[in-house]
Design a protein around this ligand. Structure first.
Ligand SMILES: Cc1cc2nc3c(=O)[nH]c(=O)nc-3n(C[C@H](O)[C@H](O)[C@H](O)COP(=O)(O)OP(=O)(O)OC[C@H]3O[C@@H](n4cnc5c(N)ncnc54)[C@H](O)[C@@H]3O)c2cc1C
Length: 407
């Protein structure tokens, strides 16, 4: 038996100060958290966004996953709207790194839209800074360097406080509702909501930007793993090594074990360092958070499956294409965002309640923005998510430009 299983200590009891209070607490400042906080703040909610790092964007910016996968279905039809599109535009407000979607943003023909999917590549710094500026302009309070590490619940099972730790030590935030955008369903777990793990685990990856000798062009190496669209619109670009993604040998990791995550990051660093030295390039920036695809998710009121492709869902809160192929379009059920077990908690982004097969579709940037927007909008309307009148939420989302249904 592992020694960790045997030894326990009793921590001294303590009085924890309540340092903040808000209507909606968004935990995690990745794409889902940014979208959730924008949506809730625009609907008038008093929002705090807490983020364990000192920058916004999560995997997309700090992890250098700087490819905004398509908003369209590959057949010339836009599928994801609302904040999914607004954030794509924001990501390239100060210039696209590559793959500027001219056919979509500057008025192209249907044929051009089929040929060039509605995707882009962005500069992670511009995107993170522009997102921060936008959130602050909406009155969102951002708490960086802050980890959600516990919850306190009322007798009815709702979360009354979220415990946080940062440079000031441990304190509590009084909340009316919470949106878990941690990517790994951390708050759902702390609140004892039902969750599920991705049994197959994650492969190692560590992306980096680099310069070659006598070449001023900054390049991105997608080292380890990459979500490349099979029909490869990317290949016409020169800014990164599309089609040459080098895998890293090593055990798969769950993404939710602290020691194991460090081992995974160190193993990925080791391979990346060898690759840099062997290629003779100069690294300019490396991923600064672990690259995790699917780890732990909410087990919500419904677990939506891949067989919902092009199906009408009466409680749809937005849509996503399948980045992996042309054709599919999924309406996303509101019930993937909540559980009846914790009435004032929602999940958004890569930890919503979907089957393993659909998870690979909903974990990428556009659907994370879609579910973030839906969650933030709902959080401004109620503290009891299972009881929310879905038509009111849908009307609000539609008035903000979200398209809910196919056809
Ligand atoms: C190798 C790889 C390649 C990929 N390629 C692409 C691609 O080409 N295009 C694409 O669109 N998508 C791609 N993805 C997926 C995509 O980047 C992410 O899944 C998506 O950005 C997730 O957004 P999110 O907001 O749900 O989660 P995250 O980006 O994971 O954000 C979660 C945030 O919460 C913070 N956090 C976590 N726990 C806590 C806590 N307890 N307290 C406070 N803060 C916390 C984290 O620091 C992070 O900022 C790829 C992913 C991987 C791993």
């Amino acid at each position: 038996m592992d020694i960790k299983e045997l030894i326990r200590i009793t921590e001294p009891s303590r009085l924890t100060p309540v340092t903040h209070s808000c209507r909606t607490l968004v935990c995690g400042g990745g794409i889902a958290g940014i979208a959730a906080a924008i949506a809730a703040a625009r609907e008038g909610a008093d929002v705090i966004l807490l983020e364990r790092e000192y920058g916004l964007g999560g995997m997309a910016t700090l992890g250098l996953i700087t490819i905004y996968l398509p908003l369209c279905d590959g057949e010339g039809r836009q599928i994801s709207f609302g904040l999914a599109e607004e954030l794509l535009r924001l990501s390239i407000k100060h210039g696209a790194e590559d793959s500027y979607p001219a056919a979509w943003l500057d008025g192209g023909t249907h044929e051009e839209k089929v040929k060039n999917r509605f995707l882009t590549r962005f500069n992670p710094h511009f995107f993170a800074l522009a997102a921060e500026e936008l959130l602050l302009s909406l009155g969102v309070r951002i708490l960086y360097g802050t980890v959600a590490c516990g919850v306190s619940k009322s007798s009815g099972g709702a979360i009354s406080h979220v415990l946080i730790e940062n440079k000031s030590g441990r304190s509590a935030i009084e909340v009316e509702n919470v949106i878990d955008c941690t990517g790994d369903a951390d708050v759902c777990t702390l609140a004892e909501a039902p969750t599920a793990l991705y049994a197959a685990g994650n492969g190692l990856a560590s992306w980096y930007y680099y310069l070659e000798e006598n070449n001023p062009e900054l390049k991105l190496k997608m080292f380890g793993l990459a979500d490349l669209i099979p029909d490869r619109e990317y290949d016409r670009t020169t800014h990164y090594d599309a089609g040459k993604v080098q895998t890293i040998a090593g055990a798969r990791f769950s993404g939710v074990d602290g020691a194991e995550l460090s081992e995974a990051v160190i193993a990925a660093h080791k391979s990346m360092f060898a690759d840099i030295l062997q290629s003779g390039v100069v690294p300019v920036r490396t991923s600064s958070i672990p690259l995790v695809r699917m780890s732990r998710r909410l087990s919500g009121a419904v677990t939506q499956d891949i067989d919902t492709d092009r199906k009408f869902l009466a409680d749809s809160v937005g849509m996503t294409p399948d980045w992996r192929k042309r054709g599919p379009a999924f309406e996303i059920s509101y019930r993937t965002l909540y559980t009846e077990k914790v009435p004032n908690l929602l999940a958004a982004g890569r930890c919503i309640s979907v089957s393993d097969e659909l998870w690979d579709v909903t974990r990428v940037i556009p659907p994370c923005a879609v579910t973030g927007e839906a969650a933030g909008t709902a959080a401004a309307m109620t503290n009891s998510f299972a009881a929310l009148d879905i038509t009111k939420l849908q009307t609000k989302l539609q008035s903000n430009g979200v398209k809910l249904h196919n056809g």
